[in-house]
Structure formats: structure tokens, C-alpha cells
Design a protein around this ligand. Sequence first.
Ligand code: NAP
Ligand code: MG
Length: 497
Amino acid sequence: MNAQLSPVPQDALSSFLAPAQQLLIDGQWVAALSGETFDVINPATGEVFARAAAADAADIDLAVQAARRALESGAWARMPAAGRRNLMWKLAEAIEAHADEIATLESLDNGMPFAMARGIAGMGAPETLRYYAGWAGKINGETPTVSAPDHHVYTLREPIGVVGAITPWNVPFAMEVQKIAPAIAAGCTVVLKPAELTPLTAVRLGQLIQEVGFPPGVINIVTGFGDPAGKALVAHPDVDKISFTGSTLVGKSILAAAAGNLKRVSLELGGKSPVIVFPDADLERATQAAAEGIFRNAGQICVAGSRLYVHKDVFDRVVDGVVDRASKLKVGVGLALDTQMGPLISQKQLDRVSGYISSGSHEGAQVVIGGERIEGQGYFMQPTVLAQTNRSMRVVREEIFGPVVCAMPIDDADLERIARIANDTDYGLSSSIWTRDISVAHKLARRIKAGTVRINGGIGLDSALPFGGYKQSGWGRENGREGIEAYTETKTVSVAL
Ligand code: NAP
Ligand code: MG
């Protein structure tokens, strides 16, 4: 489809894929102390195509110690900001230079369409690094005005310390870079535990980190399972902060486990984001965006617009439009360039999504299109639109994390009522409003309890825009100034003159 897209042939990757991957600890590639490895699976085929090291608590401890040494030695935090910035730029350039390869690995490991993976490796991730490289020399304290005379007071923003970063499988490379970039720009050191289902691009990132010359221990990459590796990182007494992206359930367990040393915690969790379409909207664009918003990455996106509320006067037109797009969506292997939607990540996820659709059907939902897994190899699911759904159904209340949208009509112009419907969820990550009435759009934006409100398609994600959740969608914000301040402690210094 796109002549500029060129995945790397898989045999050209064999020198990377053939040996079992190792852990990057203290600037060295090492096997797990236990010698254990685990299978890396291509979700488009169900086949094992690589192996990764399975770290446990002992490996995590070595990685944390290395990060602690890199922090305390001053090799990173006390490096002039320009030095940190320059290394981050070099890493951005190295990622760009290897974008085809990283995107190929990501598409094989996660299943996402190559174009999406290429966009992240070639543009999104380098941009994140450069954006935060720019902040490295611009983290300032303040000089507050105090009530006592003859005192000089100032604040410092210091790196929080050793950061444990834990990431999910849905958009692996983007998430890994999004965690590392602000942390290292702030002068922190990092132990990253990527998702077990998608370890490969984190390992490749580690190789590039080595190549561009980061001091040992500044970024450690430790693949393995949530239990024991993730758990050990969260519980480790020498970790100062956990930055976690994943499910709300695991997020809650992390809060409890972090209590041991009261480490700081940032959480980016699930969502059940509403899309609200008024009759005066540009219906063509709204329909296109509603379809993309739920089918992109097979719905495995935390901000997926999974509750579609359309005014009754245009309900049929919009839903028919989404159904039409679903029917034409090319579902297939991520590396085939005409693929628009890849597989789900695993058999477990396929069963989970199918289970939700059955549950919806039992509760009276109508499957307008899709609803079935696609027979054959790999974990493919049809793009699915459910109608006749209501607020009490599990498909409307719970995050499905698959290509399944629940369409529901709204029937009045009372914004308070529409806001109550939009807010009728435990989550509060994102939301979309489609209307040409600017007053309606902004009034509703203020009433929706979500970290992001997109009006008429507005920007979803950008390094400069704070991103995160209200309610059970998380704690704190990533990106923007808040995203880097989350990796700092404020120190107040006061002097009697
Ligand atoms: P998950 O099961 O919560 O896993 C996320 C990460 O945590 C993985 O690396 C996982 O390791 C690890 N982990 C699991 N149990 C742990 C424990 N007890 N202690 C420490 N770490 C542990 O979520 P997922 O299934 O990978 O991802 C899907 C979920 O993530 C969805 O709910 C989605 O909404 C959410 N998500 C949110 C955002 C956001 O920005 N808000 C972005 C993407 C995804 P294993 O890989 O070994 O399980
Ligand atoms: Mg995989």
C-alpha cells in the first residue's frame, strides 16, 4: 500500500532473534541468574520466534543496585544537563536510524500493523526523547516570597532517585520510551521491566542505549514476568518510585506493595472512554474517528473510544457508517502492508474478548457486525459493533481491550444529563465530543471527568500534553511539564540573611 514502508525481512533479523535475549544490567548483557528463559510468541501465527531471559527477584536486585550506584556516583544526575540532553538526542537518532528494524520486531512481537509500529519508532519515540531532552536543562525551582523579613528562600527540583518502570504489551516501544525519557532527563536512573508478551523492542532499545554510550547502570532492562520480576521491583526497598502502565487491577496491587518504603507511584491504567456525537457534527469525520478510535491496534489501546453515544436523530447514520468501515477493514498479519488491523496479543486476550461478546449477547446486546474470532492460525478477532446495550451490562461497564464498541443513543440536549451518562464509569482516561456548537463543546468538556477531552478529533497524544486519568484510570500525568516533574522531589532551602 505504502511504497515507503519497508519491513526488514525476518531472516535479516536472525542474528538478533536466534540467541536467547539477555538482561541489560550495569552496562552488561547477562543471562538471568537462574538461567531461565521464556518463549516470545508472534500473535499473528501463535508461533514461538524468539526467547527472552526470565528475571526473578535476584536479577531485579542486581539491576536496582546498579541503578543506585549510577545515581549515587553522580555519573548521571550530576552530569551537566547538556550531557544528558546530548545522549538523549543520540539515542533518538539511533532509534530513527533503526526504525524499520524496530518496527518489524514490534509488529512480529505485538501484531500491530507495520505502519503503526514504524510511526512510533520513526517519529513518536524519537520525538518523546527530544522533547524531554529539551527539558533536561530547564527543570527549575522557585524563589517564593515568604512572610519573614531578611530571609532568602529557594526551592530545588531534584531527581527522585531510582525509578522502576513497568510497561504493558499493547504499545510496547512507545510506552518504554515514554517512561525512560522524562526519568533520565530529570537525572533519575531506571530499571525497566517490559511486558512478558512483548520483550523484544525493549531489548533492542537496550542495545542502542549501549551503543550511544549511556553510563552503565543508568538504564537497566530486565525482562520477565509480572510475578516475580515486576513484584520484586515494586517491593524493592531501594527503589524510590514506580511508574506503571497497565491494568487497574495490577495498579491497585502495586499501590499496596509500594507502601513498604512509601515509594512514589504513578499509574496509567485502563479506560472506558465515551465518544459523544451531536446531530450538528461533521458526521463523516465523527464516524471515521469513531471507527478508528475503537479498531486501531485492535482496540488494545487504553484510550479506545469504547462507548459510542450518538444523538438519536443521527444514530443510524453514524452506526451504519462505523459498521460499514468495520466490514471493509483489512484484518491480517501486521507485516502485510495492506493490513489495517492485526491480531489480539494472545489466546487469553482472544478468549477474554470473545467472553465479553457472549456476555453482552446473553444480557440482550445485539451484535450488529463481527462478534466472532477468525478461524485459522493467530489470535484474530472480527471488528465488532454492539447495539441495544445499556449501562448495566458488563460490556458497557468493563474495559474489554479489544475491537468492540457499544453504541447507544442519547436523546436530549440537557448537557448535565449527557455528562452524567459520559461519567457513568469507574474510569476517566479520555473522551471525545463531536459538535459544531463551540459553547456545547466547551461546556461539556468541563463537565466530563476524564484526563483528556478531544473536541472534533483534537490531538490524543503529544509529548507536550499532560496525559493520564481521573478516577480509576490512574494517578498522575505523563508528558508535558507534569510528566517530568513527576520524577523530581522539591527541596526547600531557606537562609536567614
Ligand atoms: P497488566 O497485566 O497490568 O501488566 C502490565 C505490566 O505489569 C506488565 O509488565 C506485567 O508483567 C506487570 N505486572 C503484572 N503483575 C504485576 C505485579 N503484581 N507487580 C508488578 N508488575 C506486574 O496489564 P497488561 O495486560 O499488560 O495491559 C493491558 C492493560 O493496560 C489494559 O487494562 C490497559 O487499559 C492498560 N493500559 C493503560 C495505559 C495507559 O496509559 N493508561 C496504556 C496501555 C495499557 P507481565 O507482562 O508479566 O504480566
Ligand atoms: Mg509476542
